[in-house]
Design a protein around this ligand. Structure first.
Ligand SMILES: NC(=O)c1ccc[n+]([C@@H]2O[C@H](COP(=O)([O-])OP(=O)(O)OC[C@H]3O[C@@H](n4cnc5c(N)ncnc54)[C@H](OP(=O)(O)O)[C@@H]3O)[C@@H](O)[C@H]2O)c1
Length: 287
């Protein structure tokens, strides 16, 4: 009995020492933290990669996209930041590509301090058009929007979850890992006064509900992870371009401005922000 009790007591500090040694080794290796940007080939996602690399000279970034060889903006950044940028293939509609990315990050970096889901679709020529009336609603558009905008980001979080660790990130020693999902104000049910865009709105509302649900689970498990939803404003990218006609000039943001604002929110995220939905200016948006 005595011997067993003694062994048990001895085991605790040894385990703790090994664990703290392993985490301090990881912290030393990735001093500036490791961020993943999913949906990084263009638009807001690409700008996140750029600013994360430029603003945190020790930070490492994993950028994922459907077709890395065609992602010219990312390849240009790879030329400039060869040591600190990894590019991996990932299509949110193909779960095996998400699993492969998780495996690859586990081997190369072993942890993630920030995960940004930036992918999203609103329209695709001759495939998907935002609906102006109920009579234009069809099943395939709804299912595609839901698959890419709501289901995909959640599967990404599912597979990256074991990698999420507090710390790192630019300009901050965050005490939580941050998961930031790019949503949209039009996904707010409480804020819906205009109607229209049924598929896009509903898919972002679903993303919001799924993110909130995950945030509750993380809190219950006392995981040091804060999940937030971000509305970037109306930003001048391929996504908004066909719909910019009625947007006043001062309400159409550059991607540089929007990402700068969103990074300010991300970098000040605390545990108590878990499950919140923020606009680019830090204001909370009603569900
Ligand atoms: N721009 C705005 O005004 C605005 C407003 C509110 C919310 N948002 C949200 O902000 C996010 C970024 O939008 P954005 O304006 O940057 O759009 P964007 O320029 O059209 O870029 C969309 C990104 O999503 C990727 N993507 C599409 N389908 C994908 C899939 N199946 N798997 C992986 N990636 C996929 C695209 O990759 P490919 O190059 O492979 O197509 C591209 O990188 C979206 O979630 C959007 O809903 C944007």
């Amino acid at each position: 009995m005595m011997v067993h009790a003694h062994r048990a007591l001895m085991a605790i500090p040894v385990r703790l020492t090994l664990r703290s040694f392993a985490s301090s080794a990881a912290a030393l290796k990735w001093e500036g933290g490791v961020s993943m940007v999913q949906g990084a080939s263009r638009g807001i996602g690409l700008e996140f990669v750029k600013q994360l690399l430029e603003k945190n000279e020790k930070g490492h970034v994993i950028a994922t996209c459907r077709n890395p060889t065609g992602a010219t903006g990312l390849l240009e950044l790879k030329n400039e930041f060869a040591e600190r940028l990894n590019i991996l293939p990932l299509d949110v509609t193909v779960e095996s590509t998400i699993e492969e990315s998780a495996k690859s990050i586990t081997e190369s970096h072993g942890s993630l301090n920030l995960l940004i889901n930036a992918s999203g679709i609103l329209s695709i020529p001759s495939v998907l058009q935002p609906e102006t009336t109920l009579s234009k609603v069809n099943k395939s558009s709804m299912m595609l929007s839901y698959e890419v905008n709501a289901v995909g980001p959640i599967l990404v979080i599912k597979h990256m979850w074991p990698l999420l660790k507090a710390g790192g990130g630019f300009g901050t020693e965050r005490d939580v890992a941050v998961v930031a999902n790019l949503s949209a104000r039009v996904g707010s049910i409480g804020d819906n006064r205009l109607g229209g865009w049924h598929s896009y709105r509903a898919s972002k509302a679903a993303l919001n509900q799924l993110t909130k649900t995950i945030s509750v689970e993380f809190a219950r498990k006392k995981d040091p992870v804060a999940c937030i939803l971000l509305h970037p404003g109306t930003v001048d990218t391929d996504l908004s371009r066909p719909f910019q006609r009625n947007v006043p000039a001062d309400k159409l943001f550059t991607k540089e401005f929007s990402v700068q604002k969103l990074l300010t929110i991300i970098n000040s995220t605390k545990q108590q922000d878990n499950g919140k939905f923020f606009a680019w200016d830090g204001q909370e948006i009603p569900w």
